[in-house]
Design a protein around this ligand. Structure first.
Ligand SMILES: *[C@@H]1O[C@H](CO)[C@@H](O)[C@H](O)[C@H]1NC(C)=O
Ligand SMILES: *[C@@H]1O[C@H](CO)[C@@H](O)[C@H](O)[C@H]1NC(C)=O
Ligand SMILES: *[C@@H]1O[C@H](CO)[C@@H](O)[C@H](O)[C@H]1NC(C)=O
Ligand SMILES: *[C@@H]1O[C@H](CO)[C@@H](O)[C@H](O)[C@H]1NC(C)=O
Ligand SMILES: *[C@@H]1O[C@H](CO)[C@@H](O)[C@H](O)[C@H]1NC(C)=O
Ligand SMILES: *[C@@H]1O[C@H](CO)[C@@H](O)[C@H](O)[C@H]1NC(C)=O
Ligand SMILES: *[C@@H]1O[C@H](CO)[C@@H](O)[C@H](O)[C@H]1NC(C)=O
Length: 483
């Protein structure tokens, strides 16, 4: 490619990214090491406003050599539009020193230069579209006040930080519709710094962040970053999952990656954990992130758990922790997908008044071992049948209801397991005995009536008159049946 065409490409790139939104990734002005000049001057003008500099040793050295590049005899620097500094031996690069000289730059590359610090702010007058810092040595020590170094670059569309050992990413406040960044081959990039960048771009509309070389992009989890404590280095795919989680997470809740789940030999699902505990919620959150398997809504004011059955985003839920709420019924769960799949249903210290044994029983009898239900701290309405049936049932299913000993009675000063039939059922026995008397009395009365009617009939047939009081009763319209 000849020099004129390279220059043209750069301009087209600039116009594309700032005016037209292109999907193709352009590169910065970049010369191969073979193009390094062999003469006295370390810089070479490759076209009328693009300069390539090799192996300069200091800023002064760099200035001097930019001046001698091309046939420039004046003492004024040319209006450079593209600059590639290759293998410079300065360990820090101070943009402040260049403020005036770099005013017309569109593309700046400082590559293979063992630069470990960037200083000074590039001012907004700079129209830099492409920055390439590939192959440098930004360590983890990049101080906070230097993160603003690129803040004023409104037209920055391509930033190459590959092979730089960068840890914390600088703040970007550009205004281009599509922003490409290359963070490949850095194992020290902090995941939260990367997520912050992804979040800041997403918070502004009509802006898109695109990553180059994602297969070789990783980030480092630190101790403060507690999402993946099993893996230290995260692949880009996982970062994207976390980033997506952050946007889908219900407000006031915390969402975490839970783990992998094999759905078939090839398909792996990244499952999600949502923590909405201590939140003063009176309803279950409606929109859970995709593949949410764990939901913790402990210590809220939730009265109703119908969402478990009705809401689509609850379809993968298997661990439901809703301790310390105001749930009064689990009848809605009958026959639901949740009851087929759940591993934990935790409803400690709620307001359940009864336990529908048949709903739970169905899930316990399925072959899957993991169905655990916590019901401790609920205050049931207890009566004789609680003592006769529920207590026995709880004891039989203690493996599934480990805290069954903590279930209380609201109306009696007992725990359900301490209920004694001989005490609880006494009043009920009296009442049933009384019922027997009533029934016996009713049967006797009926027998008497039948006897009296038979006697009347017999007397009427044999003696021809009705005994008292039948004879005194007025005739009814239907009496002809008997006569
Ligand atoms: C940055 O420079 C390196 C070589 O120094 C090159 O391989 C890479 O493509 C450049 N990146 C961009 C975006 O131009
Ligand atoms: C940079 O230049 C030095 C000599 O000044 C050389 O030893 C080194 O290999 C060069 N590095 C690269 C990446 O070309
Ligand atoms: C990257 O930075 C870390 C932390 O400053 C340092 O320990 C490590 O040696 C650096 N790696 C390279 C290849 O420079
Ligand atoms: C990145 O990895 C995926 C899956 O391993 C592969 O399909 C894709 O081709 C890779 N992309 C590149 C640019 O290497
Ligand atoms: C994360 O750490 C906690 C406590 O250190 C541990 O219980 C848990 O199993 C770890 N999670 C993973 C996925 O390793
Ligand atoms: C539940 O609501 C009541 C008032 O309605 C409030 O006093 C209480 O703090 C709430 N509890 C929780 C855990 O949000
Ligand atoms: C649910 O949240 C509560 C309150 O934050 C916490 O104490 C409990 O350990 C959590 N449960 C699980 C299983 O994470």
């Amino acid at each position: 490619m000849n020099k004129e065409r390279k220059y043209l490409c750069l301009w087209i790139f600039y116009i594309y990214v700032t005016i037209i939104q292109c999907d193709e990734l352009a590169s910065c002005y970049n010369q191969p090491p073979e193009s390094c000049p062999n003469n006295q001057c370390k810089c070479i003008l490759t076209d009328e406003s693009s300069i390539f500099c090799c192996r300069t040793r200091s800023y002064d050295d760099l200035f001097r050599n930019i001046m001698c590049s091309g046939n420039n005899t004046s003492t004024k620097l040319p209006a450079i539009k593209a600059l590639h500094i290759y293998n410079m031996t300065a360990d820090r690069f101070d943009f402040g020193k260049f403020s005036n000289q770099l005013n017309h730059l569109i593309s700046l590359s400082i590559t293979s230069s063992s630069v470990n610090r960037l200083f000074g702010r590039l001012e907004h007058t700079h129209q830099i579209t492409c920055l390439n810092f590939s192959n440098n040595a930004f360590g983890t020590e990049w101080p906070l006040n230097e993160l603003q170094v690129l803040e004023n670059l409104k037209t920055l569309a391509m930033l190459d930080f590959s092979h730089t050992n960068i840890s914390k990413l600088p703040i970007i406040k550009n205004e281009v519709p599509k922003f490409w960044i290359d963070l490949s081959y850095n194992n020290n990039t902090q995941c939260d710094s990367l997520l912050e960048l992804m979040g800041s771009v997403k918070s502004s509309q009509n802006k898109q962040l695109l990553f180059k070389n994602t297969n070789d992009t990783f980030c480092n989890t630190t101790l403060s970053f507690n999402w993946f404590n099993s893996t230290e280095i995260l692949a880009f795919d996982q970062i994207k999952i976390i980033d997506k989680l952050n946007t889908q997470c219900p407000s006031g809740c915390k969402c975490k990656w839970h783990g992998y789940e094999m759905i078939s030999d090839k398909n792996v699902l990244n499952t999600v954990e949502v923590d909405c505990s201590n939140n003063k919620l009176s309803y279950l959150p409606i929109n859970l992130p995709e593949n949410t398997v764990v939901l913790n809504v402990t210590n809220n004011n939730i009265t109703n758990i119908d969402a478990l059955v009705l809401v689509d985003s609850y379809k993968d839920l298997r661990f439901f922790y809703a301790d310390k709420n105001k749930v009064s019924s689990i009848l809605a769960l009958e026959g639901s997908r949740f009851m087929d799949n759940y591993a934990v249903l935790s409803l400690k210290s709620n307001q359940l008044k009864s336990i529908p044994m048949y709903i739970l029983e169905n899930s316990f009898t399925r072959s899957f071992e993991g169905h655990l239900v916590n019901l401790g701290g609920n205050q049931l309405y207890c009566d004789c049948s609680t003592a006769q049936y529920l207590k026995v049932w709880l004891e039989a299913n203690h493996k599934h209801i480990p805290d069954y000993r903590e279930i209380q009675c609201e109306n009696l000063r007992y725990k359900v397991v301490d209920l004694d039939c001989e005490i609880v059922c006494v009043t009920q026995t009296d009442w049933t005995d009384y019922m027997y008397y009533v029934i016996a009395a009713e049967i006797s009365a009926l027998l008497l009536l039948i006897g009296k009617v038979s006697y009347d009939y017999y007397v009427f047939k044999t003696a021809g008159y009705l005994p008292w009081p039948a004879s005194k009763m007025p005739k009814l319209p239907c009496d002809w049946v008997f006569e």
